[in-house]
Design a protein around this ligand. Structure first.
Ligand code: AMP
Ligand code: GLY
Length: 410
């Protein structure tokens, strides 16, 4: 069993994974490929989609590999590592289709009876528009393939639906990812997410969370990769979690032989919970709010999934606020000097995970749209949010923006 760890990815999720792995006495060396400014001391200069380069590195350094983002999963990184006899935690390319093809995931849910919004799959815009008319425009239009979290358009009128359908299918806004679309019934209710850890036969909960996708306060403005999250989700009891794992996650894992983290995006409707989406990985920024609450050793957990594990959680709350570059999400500016990280890092019950930074000497510069994930821990969600915002107030750069209501809007 290797005792060095390679984490693939470069965001806040990967910084949080590295931070948590570092607490393990069982781990010798940690590498993050390619990482960011926050993981500079661990970085290996290999891109997350350079599977051949990652294989060479993992062989040379005898690594157990953990995959953060969906991109390398879609490329079949787990299949290729396994063929080479390398140990890696994550789903195969086929298993990851629960995330990488929305039409596949919807048909899959339908075939095994997991409750989800009614839907149809289309390649032809006029048929899709007819279906949207039939649902009075109260639909959600989804590009089939990976579109960086931007391929989902929630509509409230026939006009909006028509525009969304034409833009994806006819104008090919998302390229090949939009050759096919799912048009589905718009559900009403409250949202939350449940992460699970799976070994092909069973699934156990790996934390609940709620993320805030819209860029501005009160859930307004365009969707982003996530402006903040808190954990646990306030609208799921532990009984709900047990029930959802048993009725949704375990059947999904058994039917697909899924190994890795399976993320269930849920809508709690008046007819019970329904699955909005699966992700074949941990969420970002959900991970930055979940991992600080995990008491168990992460390395031991991931290397013992096959034989069965139980997890120990702190009963605190965690709240993560994303600090973003000017212009994010449309046109983020990069290269600005960040000040105050060291002051924030000295605060109690506060973690600063880097999402898009670059380190030069002792200084950090912005290098992406989402720059820092600041996580506060508290006995309640409001205490956690207060702590996160106290940390945020110490950090600045030109044009920085963040939401002011993470942890308060439901
Ligand atoms: P997805 O990537 O499929 O989770 O969709 C992104 C977001 O779109 C979700 O977090 C929801 O806010 C919204 N959404 C997706 N599907 C539906 C649906 N059927 N009804 C209502 N909102 C939805
Ligand atoms: N925050 C949502 C995701 O990681 O897909």
């Amino acid at each position: 069993m290797p005792t060095n760890v390679l984490i693939v990815g470069s965001g806040g999720r990967e910084h949080a994974l590295a931070w948590k792995m570092r607490q393990s006495d069982l781990v010798d060396s940690i590498y993050v490929a390619p990482g960011n400014g926050g993981t500079a001391e661990f970085n290996a200069p290999i891109k997350a989609d350079d599977v051949t380069g990652l294989i060479e590195f993992a062989k040379k350094h005898h690594c157990f590999t953990v995959v953060g983002p969906e991109g390398p999963l879609a490329l079949g990184i787990v299949d290729r590592f396994t063929e080479q006899g390398l140990e890696i935690f994550g789903p195969t390319k086929k298993e990851a289709m629960l995330e990488t093809s929305k039409s596949y995931a919807k048909e899959f849910m339908k075939s095994i009876g997991i409750p989800t919004a009614d839907f149809e799959v289309f390649e032809d815009s006029s048929q899709a528009i007819n279906y949207a008319h039939w649902l009075n425009g109260e639909v959600v239009v989804k590009a089939d393939g990976l579109a960086g979290g931007k391929g989902v358009i929630v509509c409230s009128s026939v006009n909006e639906a028509e525009q969304a359908i034409r833009s994806i299918l006819d104008q090919q806004t998302f390229g090949d990812a939009g050759k096919k679309i799912v048009v589905e019934e718009k559900l009403r209710g409250t949202e939350c997410s449940l992460m699970t850890i799976c070994n092909g036969k069973s699934a156990i909960p790996f934390g609940t969370a709620k993320d805030h996708k819209r860029v501005f306060d009160n859930d307004s403005g365009p969707n982003t990769g996530g402006m903040g999250a808190f954990s646990p989700a306030e609208n799921l009891t532990s009984k709900d979690v047990t029930d959802i794992v048993k009725r949704f996650a375990v059947p999904a894992v058994r039917a697909s032989n899924f190994r890795g983290f399976l993320y269930l995006g849920l809508m709690l409707t008046d007819k019970g919970p329904k699955v909005l989406e699966f992700n074949a990985r941990l969420g970002d920024p959900e991970t930055q709010a979940i991992l600080p609450r995990l008491k168990s050793d992460l390395f031991e957990t991931l290397t013992h999934v096959e034989s069965g594990i139980s997890l120990d959680w702190d009963d605190s709350s965690a709240c993560t606020v994303l600090m973003c570059s000017e212009g994010y999400p449309q046109n983020p500016r990069t290269g600005d000097l960040i000040t105050g990280i060291d002051t924030a890092e000295k605060m109690q019950n506060l973690m600063v995970f880097h999402s898009g930074t670059q380190r030069r000497g002792d200084d950090y510069f912005t290098s992406g749209g989402r720059v820092l994930s600041v996580t506060g821990i508290g006995r309640s969600l409001s205490e956690a949010a207060q702590r996160a915002y106290a940390g945020v107030s110490k950090i600045s750069w030109k044009g920085e923006h963040h939401r002011k209501d993470i942890g308060t809007v439901k």
